[in-house]
Design a protein around this ligand. Sequence first.
Ligand code: NAP
Length: 284
Amino acid sequence: MNTTTIGWIGLGNMGIPMAEQLIKAGYGVKVYNRSKAKETALKQIGATVAATPKTLIAETDVLIIMVSDDAAIEQIFNGENGLFAETVSGKIVINMSTVSPAISKAMAQKCLEKGNRYLDAPVSGSVKQAETGQLVIMVGGEKTAFDEVKPILETMGKLALRVGDSGSGNSAKLAINSLLALYAQGLAETVLFANAQGIKTEDLLNLINNAAVGNIFTKIKGDAITGDNYKAAFALKHIVKDLGLAKAEGLDSPLAQTALSTFQSAASAYGEEDIIAVIKQLKA
Ligand code: NAP
């Protein structure tokens, strides 16, 4: 049993399996989610529940956040019952959400002023990797804080790497997700082109997955295409958010511009579905 108690905010597609890893590793975990119904799954495996972020930070040693976007982070820190409404010090707050480097820098500074430390620690990998503790975690922030929480991060990931100061984890994540968008659009366009030439999707994917261009992404998303299963592991609306954040950081290359416009139109039709639902938009 680990004596560090962990507070967890955000029980979406990723938050639930990630928090589960901590419970399995023996940590005491207390959760908060805006929609209360999603707390049930964690309660059933031993988590306790806090009424607000404010009470959660007071009652735990390390606080981890996994929510949608900058607006959610604003709410969680600066809301009426948010983290900054509580006057506690000595805590480490780890924000694993994919958000802007700017909001991480601002929250890190404000945490420091209150005697707490903040790390941005977004993840690469999706629900499958979260369920098996195989995420890749990129961290920005103070090295001593990172060293203290590294064992916690390693219960969720196969790699936890500090890449620099506050915000740099977010910058690394935006770079990786730009490539993810290109992979998704590339795979979708390739399948549609092959289909138009009379090649069956199953045959094409069999070839790709045995060739040098195949990878875990083409395998998982290929299965989704052949199974006509577009249930969100990583929702289209989130990749639009990430490409927008990357653009705000200066990414304006030809491929990135094309991907942003493709995924914006795909998300307007299928925003709650998985990233690979882009194939439905490209087909239309
Ligand atoms: P999700 O399923 O959409 O869940 C979002 C979570 O954020 C929910 O717990 C939601 O609460 C909470 N939230 C949203 N707005 C909020 C607000 N204003 N105040 C408080 N809570 C709020 O998202 P996800 O797929 O788990 O992704 C979470 C983050 O990880 C995102 O930044 C995403 O880009 C990133 N990410 C996702 C994947 C993936 O494959 N899914 C992979 C890597 C990184 P409610 O339940 O109340 O709505």
